[in-house]
Design a protein around this ligand. Structure first.
Ligand SMILES: Nc1ncnc2c1ncn2[C@@H]1O[C@H](COP(=O)(O)OP(=O)(O)OP(=O)(O)O)[C@@H](O)[C@H]1O
Length: 626
């Protein structure tokens, strides 16, 4: 099934599950947060509609006054004509000025409200997305998320700013105009009302079509953004493998699907405006026709008919505007559906309501303590904390495709363990489970005897540090990439760098600790990123340290330097080391050998070599290679 077909299917499914009213209600809590602004914007609708509606009445009165018609108000009739006209002109001026001022002020308030709501939703969405389990990101393209957090949220804000309040305003204006029309001439009003019914039905129908096209268009935009993002991130591979043309073709296909959908929305939008335009003219012609015969029959004054025609025109203004706003609202509903999909995404991994136990101990945490510990390591007494136990753990990324099978082992406090095994054996998955980035499908993981699901995630992740092969850096300076928003002082950061033997490298950078790093650290080498990751871990003084191919990007000299620092850092701490180069893990306490998610051998280097199993084979192969 093509992406397009699956989009179609998902759209119909989504549409069935949520109705517009429920979608609208989702916005209410956000509107409530800006309750005063909302109340003020709504409150201004009343004087605005009145100022708007009174103008034709005044013009009608002026005509009636000039023509001495009986429909002229009493207080005008009893005055000289010039004075009456002056009064009417004055009132008209006041009405126009109030309308202009109120429209401007109300528009400002409404835009402000829209921005506030948009900002609140964007913030919630960001927080929600960053709390979602890694599993969600495995299946969601980045471009899709970015489209939803940026342009969808923007459209959603428009539901309130231009859309909803605008519609209330238009409805209110129409009601006031209809009321005044009824008071002037009920037969002509009924004629207009009869004409309004089929128009309303047509508008609703076209809007539904618009909404469908808009939803598909937004999905295509997500795909477009995903493709763009993929090409930018993988630009090296794109260019090295000459995929520019091929990728441009893929992009062109999505782009044309997107354009097709957008063309449809433009068609529906224009169709409504055009229909209303000519229906508006027909309505005025009908009013003229009926009004003319009433005028001839002397049952309608000329001034009243003039006022009525002006009203008929004005009645179609909010209706046209209404249709336009409806389009914004429909686009907004699409956005609510799409943003709602993400907000409804359950946070799979969350802290329990009553966390039973905290493993975080004030003894562990800051660099001065690390330094003190390192300088006088009490190596005689064995460490008490840092035990890791996998209790019959099974894990599958999808369905029953288990990549970890019945792992059952205990790593003692302070023990150094290496995980080895062929590619895809499940080494990194073990680390992800230990950090609770994923939850075991079966079994439990315990740290110091406590199930990690019982421990607040923040504490769990503070208790252990993981250094990956690919050190990730954020845009910002070197020091903020080490402290990562925790309140470490520059002295602590410098100490951490010195302890991990990377201070010299940082000082060589153009502005030392203040050197700005680009997004993803594109202005420093992979090895240098890795070094910063070491400092980042060291400053947090974790009780458990995990190194996932952490020294693979370093040259031999730097690796030796870091290894020396590591030996210090690892003192009295539990460590799990993943390494493909078996020479680097020879001295660990135990080596766990994994194959297709199963622990098939364990023991020291010597024991495993003697056993002559998979480890011995891998080791011999590597020895042959060197
Ligand atoms: N996010 C994911 N979604 C689905 N399957 C995954 C995911 N990550 C890993 N896998 C699969 O799980 C298995 C174990 O992967 P894992 O990354 O744990 O292996 P590994 O031993 O660390 O491999 P390597 O030595 O190459 O890093 C592999 O078959 C892999 O294809």
């Amino acid at each position: 099934m093509s992406i397009y077909q699956s989009l179609k299917k998902s759209y119909t499914q989504d549409r069935r599950s949520e109705n517009d009213w429920r979608l609208f209600l989702r916005l209410v809590p956000y509107a409530r947060r800006s309750g005063r602004l909302l109340a003020l914007s709504m409150g201004l609708l009343v004087p605005l509609a009145l100022a708007n509606a009174v103008q034709p009445l005044l013009i009608g009165q002026a005509i009636s006054l000039i023509r001495h018609e009986p429909s002229t108000y009493e207080f005008l009739r009893n005055r000289p004509m010039s004075e009456g006209l002056n009064i009417l002109e004055g009132l008209l001026l006041v009405a126009i000025a109030s309308r202009l001022i109120l429209t401007g002020y109300q528009g400002y308030l409404v835009q402000k409200l829209g921005q506030k709501i948009t900002a609140a939703i964007r913030q919630d969405l960001f927080q929600h997305v960053t709390s979602l389990a890694v599993r969600f990101f495995d299946r969601t393209p980045v471009g899709k998320l970015i489209t939803r957090i940026t342009s969808d949220v923007e459209m959603l804000g428009d539901v309130f700013s231009t859309g909803a309040i605008g519609i209330v305003s238009n409805l209110f204006s129409m009601l006031v105009i209809l009321g005044l029309m009824l008071s002037l001439e009920w037969q002509l009003t009924c004629l207009l009302l009869v004409m309004l019914l089929p128009i309303s039905w047509l508008i609703v129908y076209i809007q539904q079509q618009y909404r469908k096209a808009n939803y598909k268009g937004r999905e295509e935009l997500s795909i477009l953004n995903s493709q763009l993002q993929e090409n930018v991130v993988g630009i090296n591979v794109v260019q090295l493998f000459r995929r520019e043309k091929f990728n441009a073709e893929l992009f062109r296909a999505t782009n044309s699907r997107y354009t097709q959908q957008m063309d449809k929305t433009i068609f529906y939008d224009s169709f409504i405006s055009a229909t209303l335009e000519w229906i508006g003219l027909i309505a005025i012609a009908a009013v003229l026709c009926l009004g003319g015969s009433l005028l001839l029959g002397k049952s309608l004054a000329f001034g009243t008919l003039s006022a009525f025609i002006l009203y008929a025109q004005r009645l179609f203004d909010p209706l046209r505007d209404f249709a336009e706003k409806f389009t914004v609202i429909q686009a907004g509903f699409t956005a609510i559906e799409r943003v709602g999909d993400i907000l409804d995404e359950p946070i799979e991994i969350r802290d329990r309501a009553n966390v039973r136990f905290s493993i975080f101990d004030a003894k562990f945490g800051y660099i001065d303590e690390i330094v003190a510990n390192l300088e006088s390591p009490d190596v005689t007494s064995p460490p008490e904390l840092g035990e890791i136990r996998f209790d019959h753990v099974w894990f599958a990324y999808k369905n029953d495709d288990y990549v970890i099978k019945d792992l059952d082992f205990t790593i003692h406090p302070g023990e150094k363990i290496a995980l080895v095994g062929p590619t895809g054996a499940g080494k990194s998955s073990i680390i992800r489970l230990l950090c609770r980035l994923y939850e075991p499908t079966q079994g439990r993981i315990l740290i110091d005897g406590v199930d990690i699901r019982e421990v607040p995630q923040a504490e769990l992740r503070r208790y252990m540090s993981v250094i990956f092969q690919e050190g990730f850096l954020f845009a910002g300076d070197v020091k903020s990439n080490i402290s990562l928003g925790d309140g470490y002082t520059i002295e602590q950061i410098q100490q951490a760098a010195e302890q991990t033997n990377i201070a010299q490298f940082i000082e060589q950078l153009p502005q030392g600790y203040d050197t700005q790093l680009r997004e993803r650290g594109t202005n420093i080498s992979s090895g240098e990123k890795q070094l910063l990751a070491f400092a980042r871990a060291a400053i947090r003084n974790p009780q458990i340290l995990v190194l996932d191919e952490a020294t693979a990007s370093l040259d031999v000299g730097t690796e030796a330097l870091v290894q020396e620092a590591l030996n210090q850092l690892l003192l009295r701490r539990t460590a799990i080391i993943i390494a493909h180069r078996l020479s680097t893990i020879r001295n660990v306490d135990r080596i766990f050998v994994l194959k297709r998610g199963e622990l098939i051998e364990q023991g020291s280097h010597e024991q495993l070599i003697q056993e002559g199993g998979l480890y011995a084979t891998l080791h011999n192969l590597q020895m042959l290679g060197t």
